[in-house]
Design a binder for this molecule. Structure first.
Ligand SMILES: Nc1ncnc2c1ncn2[C@@H]1O[C@H](COP(=O)(O)OP(=O)(O)O)[C@@H](O)[C@H]1O
Ligand SMILES: [Mg+2]
Length: 286
C-alpha cells in the first residue's frame, strides 16, 4: 500500500538547512494499522505530508496506494484520506454541509455525498450535531468531524496526523473506538502519527519510531518492548566515587565529571544485549 525509498525532505530557513526527513524507507501492507511514533520535531508530519502530496520530497521516491506521488499526485489524492494536525472544517459552516461539500470535491454526486454524510454522522456519533456550526463543536466532536471529512469518499488508505493530541482520555478512547470500528468494517489501511507511547502501544499493530528524521525502530509494540525496554537504575553518588560505581555496574568507561556531585543512570535491556545498554549522566554543579 505504501513503499518509499530513501525519502528525504530538507527545508531552508534563513539560509540554514533543516534536514527534516533523512532518507526513510517505509513499507506498509494493505490493511495494516501503523503508528509513526516520535517526539515533536522528529519528522512525522513532514513524512506524512510527502506521502499525501502536500509537500514535494527533496529526493527519494514514494508510491502510495499503487501510485507514484511525484508522477501522479492527483491520483494519490483520489485514493487516500488525510486528517491533518489541525482541524479541517470551516468554522461558520454547518457540519452536514461541510461533509457534503467535501464529498463533492472528491467528485461524488450530490445524492451519494448526502447519503455517505448521513452514514458517517451516524457511525461517528455526530447525528445530533449535523445542523450545528463547526465553531460550536467541542474539541472531541470536532476531531470526529475531521475523521468524517477524511472518510467521506471511502478511501482504502487513511492518514491521521496526531488524531488525539490534546484530547481528554474519554474523548481519546471514544475517537479510537470509532477509528477501529471503521477499520474493522471496511478493512481500511491506517497510518497515523502520535507522540503518545501508550497509544502506539495499545492501538497499533506496528510501530515505526522516528527521531531526528530517521527511522530508529520498526516492529510490533510487543517485540519493541521485549527487545528494548529494560530496568532503569538511578544511582546518585559523589563525583569522586563515580568511576568506582561505574566499574561495579559494568558500564562503558566515560569521562568523570568535574562537578561536585553527579547523578548516573544506567539502563540495561531485559535481554542483556550490549547494544541496548545506555548511559545517561546528569551532573549538577554545587
Ligand atoms: N515548512 C517548514 N519549514 C521549515 N522547517 C520545517 C517546516 N516544516 C517542518 N519543519 C522542521 O522539520 C522538522 C520536522 O518537523 P515535523 O515533521 O513537523 O515534526 P513532527 O511532526 O514529528 O513534530 C522540525 O525541525 C521542523 O521545525
Ligand atoms: Mg507533527
Amino acid at each position: 500500500m505504501i513503499h518509499t525509498d530513501k525519502l528525504t525532505k530538507t527545508f531552508t530557513v534563513k539560509k540554514e538547512t533543516v534536514e527534516a526527513v533523512k532518507g526513510v524507507n517505509i513499507d506498509v501492507a494493505p490493511g495494516e494499522l501503523v503508528a509513526f511514533l516520535g517526539p515533536n520535531g522528529a519528522g512525522k508530519s513532514t513524512t506524512l505530508r510527502m506521502l499525501t502530496t502536500l509537500l514535494r520530497s527533496t529526493s527519494g521516491m514514494a508510491s502510495v496506494a499503487g501510485v507514484d506521488v511525484a508522477a501522479d499526485p492527483a491520483g494519490v489524492r483520489a485514493r487516500i484520506g488525510y486528517i491533518g494536525q489541525g482541524n479541517g472544517g470551516g468554522h461558520s459552516f454547518r457540519v452536514i454541509d461541510e461533509l457534503i461539500m467535501q464529498g463533492r470535491f472528491y467528485g461524488m454526486n450530490a445524492t451519494d455525498a448526502a447519503a455517505r454524510a448521513q452514514e458517517l454522522l451516524k457511525s461517528l456519533d455526530l447525528a445530533d450535531l449535523a445542523k450545528r456550526t463547526v465553531v460550536k463543536l467541542s474539541g472531541g466532536q470536532r476531531r470526529r468531524m475531521d475523521v468524517a471529512l477524511g472518510l467521506i469518499h471511502s478511501p482504502r488508505l487513511l492518514f491521521l496526523d496526531e488524531p488525539s493530541t490534546g484530547m481528554d482520555p474519554q474523548n481519546r478512547a471514544n475517537l479510537w473506538e470509532h477509528i477501529l470500528r471503521m477499520r474493522a468494517e471496511h478493512g481500511t489501511t491506517i497510518v497515523l502519527t502520535t507522540h503518545y507511547m501508550d497509544e502506539a502501544d495499545s492501538m497499533s499493530e506496528r510501530v515505526i519510531v522516528i527521531d531526528h528524521g530517521q527511522i530508529i525502530a520498526d516492529d510490533t509494540a510487543a517485540r519493541l518492548k521485549a527487545n528494548l525496554a529494560g530496568d532503569l537504575l538511578a544511582v546518585e553518588v559523589a563525583a569522586e566515587s563515580a568511576a568506582g560505581v561505574r566499574g561495579l555496574l559494568g558500564g562503558p568507561p566515560r569521562a568523570v565529571s568535574s562537578a561536585k556531585t553527579c547523578t548516573t543512570a544506567w539502563s540495561a535491556s531485559a535481554s542483556g544485549s550490549p547494544k541496548a545498554h545506555g548511559w545517561h549522566r546528569r551532573c549538577c554543579k554545587k
